[in-house]
Design a protein around this ligand. Structure first.
Ligand code: GLV
Ligand code: MN
Ligand code: MN
Length: 417
């Protein structure tokens, strides 16, 4: 008898948790995140699911209805290999899952809720004796948050062909470690045969709270991007340098952060500077350089372009006054994603509790990557009473999580039978 939702959830609770903040540090290919990947393999094995993986470390555990319970040889420990896939049918596969990595000091739910719910939904279907006509896979994509190598959804981008290995291999983490030093490679293959993807995710806002609904369906993802601002000035003594003699990039950065906030407010969009690296980062020195990352998200691609252009222009104007220099690099830009409306409607309609609300989000997801690569994709959201996410305060109640599991099981039943 596999572990139920609450048991699985409590298994994961201590992994990578900070004793100070209560938040999670589950950065890709660090010990806590690897422990979670091992846990997933163990859960797959306990259920007799066939474990598949790629050189990037993305995982899929398949429930092949023809095989029912797969032979032990397929549910094996790493290293997995393509040869293990032989004889395993994934054609017409319905994939569900999410990610196990977190942002720095993140919440428990962003990612793991989708993985644990997917396993629990498979259990529910099996307990109910449902025999799907299509294989159902439970997926875990690596580095969804981009918290280590800077590019969000790196695992799903590689698996779906949205980015090539040649472009990804040189990405470096904050310690200078290259992506290619921690993974063997990357490229399509793992998702061959997948015809649909459904990602269940904790809601990262309060829409469902306001609507009084435990579960919702995603309509779209706002276009969004990450932009590195490189402000350069001249290091100098904090005491002896007269204020009018300074070339201080911190001032240019500070004004840029205020400008971004104001522009986003005026336009009803989102702009955040959440990461800054100061050189040399000393209390008694004017800095020589400030690197700052803008995360911008807008309701349309045109608005995103306009917002970033305006912030860049204001940064440049201020740099002229400060005598500093500024250079802006778009590190990643993701276009708007509209989830398959017919699929969303099919999932949302005709439930005992009425129709589930269909709502947009400004958060990025692996589901957005797969959708953009042409795989019909849907998302389910589970109510988050605080609406807070990417923070230890992110939460969801157990009854709502169980409602999410049931909603996902119903959805898989609709799509796979
Ligand atoms: C991922 O959660 C993102 O929206 O940045
Ligand atoms: Mn997520
Ligand atoms: Mn996230």
């Amino acid at each position: 008898m596999p572990d139920d939702f609450e048991r699985m959830w409590s298994d994961l609770a201590p992994v990578g948790r900070s004793a100070t903040s209560g938040g999670y540090f589950r950065q890709p290919f660090t010990a806590p995140e690897r422990e979670l990947a091992d846990w997933f393999r163990e859960q797959a094995r306990a259920r007799g699911l066939a474990l598949d993986s790629d050189a990037t470390g993305n995982l899929v555990a398949w429930w092949d209805p023809d095989g029912g319970i797969v032979p032990d040889v397929l549910a094996v420990d790493p290293p997995d290999s393509v040869s293990q896939r032989q004889g395993l049918s994934r054609t017409g596969g319905v994939l569900t899952g999410s990610h196990l990595d977190s942002v720095l000091d993140g919440g428990a739910y962003d990612g793991p809720l989708g993985v644990v719910s997917a396993l629990a939904a498979v259990d529910e279907l099996r307990e109910r004796g449902v025999v799907p006509a299509r294989p159902i896979g439970v997926s875990v994509f690596v580095e969804e948050e981009g918290s280590r190598f800077g590019l969000a959804c790196l695992g799903s981008r590689l698996a779906s062909g949205a980015i090539e290995w040649e472009k990804a291999r040189g990405l470096r983490d904050r310690d200078g470690v290259a992506f290619e030093e921690v993974v063997e490679g990357g490229g399509p293959g793992l998702l061959d045969g997948v015809e649909m993807f459904v990602e269940l995710h904790v809601e990262q806002g309060r829409d469902l709270v306001d609507r009084g609904a435990a579960v919702g369906v995603a309509s779209e993802i706002w276009p969004h991007g990450r932009y590195r601002f490189d402000f350069r000035g001249e290091a100098n003594h904090a005491g002896t340098t007269r204020m009018e003699d300074r070339v201080d990039p911190m001032l240019t950065y500070a004004m840029t952060a205020l400008a971004a906030n104001k522009q986003a407010r005026l336009a009803g969009e989102r702009a955040t500077f959440g990461r800054v690296e100061v050189t040399p980062n000393g209390t008694n020195a004017v800095p020589s350089q400030v690197l700052a990352w803008l995360d911008a998200r807008c309701s349309s691609e045109a608005a995103l372009g306009e917002l970033v252009e305006t912030v860049t222009r204001q940064a440049t104007e201020r740099a002229e006054r400060d005598g500093t220099a500024v250079e802006v690099t778009a590190e990643s830009v993701s276009d708007a994603v509209t989830f398959d409306p017919a699929l969303a409607a099919r999932i949302a309609a005709d439930h005992e509790s009425g129709d589930w609300p269909v709502i947009p989000t400004a958060a990025g997801h692996d589901a957005g990557i797969l959708a953009a690569q042409g795989i019909p994709t849907a998302m389910l959201f589970v109510r988050n009473p605080t609406g807070v996410s990417h923070s230890p305060a992110e939460t969801a109640s157990i009854p709502d999580c169980l409602a999410g599991v049931h909603a996902l099981a119903e959805t898989l039943e609709r799509l796979a039978t």
